[in-house]
Design a protein around this ligand. Structure first.
Ligand code: PAF
Length: 280
């Protein structure tokens, strides 16, 4: 496993390998967990070379405190990566990747950017679009792997690739969960004991919402979810939305033949958690 700390060193290393080899790429912000490793294992199956990037991207954080406190565990991450088949780790500095100009570009993603996370995290998807586009320019991956926990991000990246005609296949991978159902996330390590114990409630509520969605209207399910969180003492619901899987537009009424997902963002103390589920 080769660790590259600059864009140039990664490019130089990949130039020799690129010919006749497929590249599987997993962009991450580090603090790696089983969820990331499951993406790497998927990449391993379908590619000759696996590249993992570790970069806490400043331009996608709307909250300075969240950026400051985001766990940075490079030494431990490298140890974990030694246990799977990772050929290259790319861990650049912000100045290297942004060429000393740490700003995001503006994007439109056909309206996908206005829904859910876009409403609550100002500039977030401009930051994600900027970094993912830049990373794709550097790595030029054949396939790139993203978890469905950030389902909106996944849809936006598919749109990004289509708009800029980037020749990378985007692979969405199922959400990887703790035994109690909590979606794996690097932010989980920052939960207090009480909040960690409360957090599985998010997925339990989504599961129950899915069952109710079979027989109840979208607005009834919506009301039911809000009521559950109102009663909960340690979790604060930021949003629950039932949205069309492709457009991510909130629905008030189900239509035959359409696919829907339920999305939750909730605060456990200061930690913001997101999760989602396919409803049909
Ligand atoms: O999902 C993440 O960890 C980040 O948003 C990503 C895709 C690595 C871009 O910084």
């Amino acid at each position: 496993m080769l660790v590259c700390l600059t864009t140039q060193s990664l490019k130089n290393a990949l130039i020799k390998k690129r010919k006749n080899h497929s590249i599987g790429f997993i962009p991450t912000m580090g603090a790696l967990h089983e969820g990331h490793l499951s993406l790497i294992k998927e990449a391993e199956k379908a590619n000759d070379i696996v590249v993992v990037s570790i970069f806490v991207n400043p331009t996608q954080f709307d909250n300075k405190e969240d950026l400051k406190k985001y766990p940075r565990t490079l030494t431990q991450d490298k140890k974990l990566l030694e246990q799977v088949k990772c050929d290259f780790v790319f861990a650049p500095s912000a100045n290297d990747i942004y060429k000393n100009n740490i700003h995001s570009s503006k994007f439109t993603f056909g309206g996908l950017e206005h829904a859910m996370e876009g409403k609550f995290r100002d500039g977030h998807f401009d930051g994600v679009g900027t970094i993912v586009k830049r990373l794709f320019e550097i790595v030029e991956p054949t396939n790139a792997y993203f978890g469905e926990k950030d389902f909106q991000q996944l849809q936006i990246i598919k749109k990004l690739v289509a708009s800029f005609k980037i020749p990378t296949n985007i692979v969405g991978c199922e959400i990887y969960r703790e035994e109690d159902g909590l979606a794996m996330s690097s932010r989980n390590t920052r939960l207090t004991k009480t909040h960690r114990a409360a957090a599985p409630f998010i997925y339990k509520t989504l599961q129950e919402a899915k069952i109710r969605f079979e027989t109840e209207s979208a607005s009834r399910v919506d009301t039911w979810v809000h009521e559950q969180f109102e009663k909960h003492v340690s979790l604060d619901l930021e949003y629950f939305e039932i949205a069309n899987t492709n457009t991510l537009k909130t629905i008030s009424r189900k239509r035959k033949g359409s696919k829907y997902r339920g999305f939750i963002a909730a605060f456990a103390g200061k930690i913001r958690l997101i999760d989602n589920i396919a409803l049909n």
